[in-house]
Design a binder for this molecule. Structure first.
Ligand SMILES: [Zn+2]
Length: 109
């Protein structure tokens, strides 16, 4: 479960930015194609935040869609599945986003 180490990193980064202040809310942006499961992040968040400035903070997770450009026909389209094909049947896709994990916002007391 790589979500545990990801969540640990998020908690470490947010704690550092909070500079001893209590964190009320954290918003994460998780790409739809990132293979990160929001529910697993939530589960790990409760564990990883104990004894940190993030304890009890609200966690908001926004899933961002991926998109791709087809090298065969040039079409741009939303990509919800890494194994998807273009409508032209092309499989030479250039992915644009969808695999990110960003700390979008944090709210401190
Ligand atoms: Zn195409």
């Amino acid at each position: 479960m790589h979500e545990l180490s990801i969540t640990r990193n998020v908690v470490a980064i947010v704690s550092e930015h909070a500079q001893q202040r209590k964190v009320l809310r954290v918003t994460l942006e998780v790409g739809e194609l990132s293979a990160i499961m929001p529910e697993a992040i939530r589960f790990c968040f409760d564990i990883c935040t104990q004894g940190t400035p993030l304890e009890g903070a609200r966690l908001d997770i926004m899933q961002t869609p991926g998109s791709a450009t087809c090298r065969d026909c040039g079409a741009e389209f939303a990509l919800h599945d890494i194994l998807a094909r273009c409508v032209c049947g092309g499989t030479h896709l250039v992915r644009r986003g969808g695999d990110e994990l960003n700390i979008k916002e944090m709210e401190v007391a």
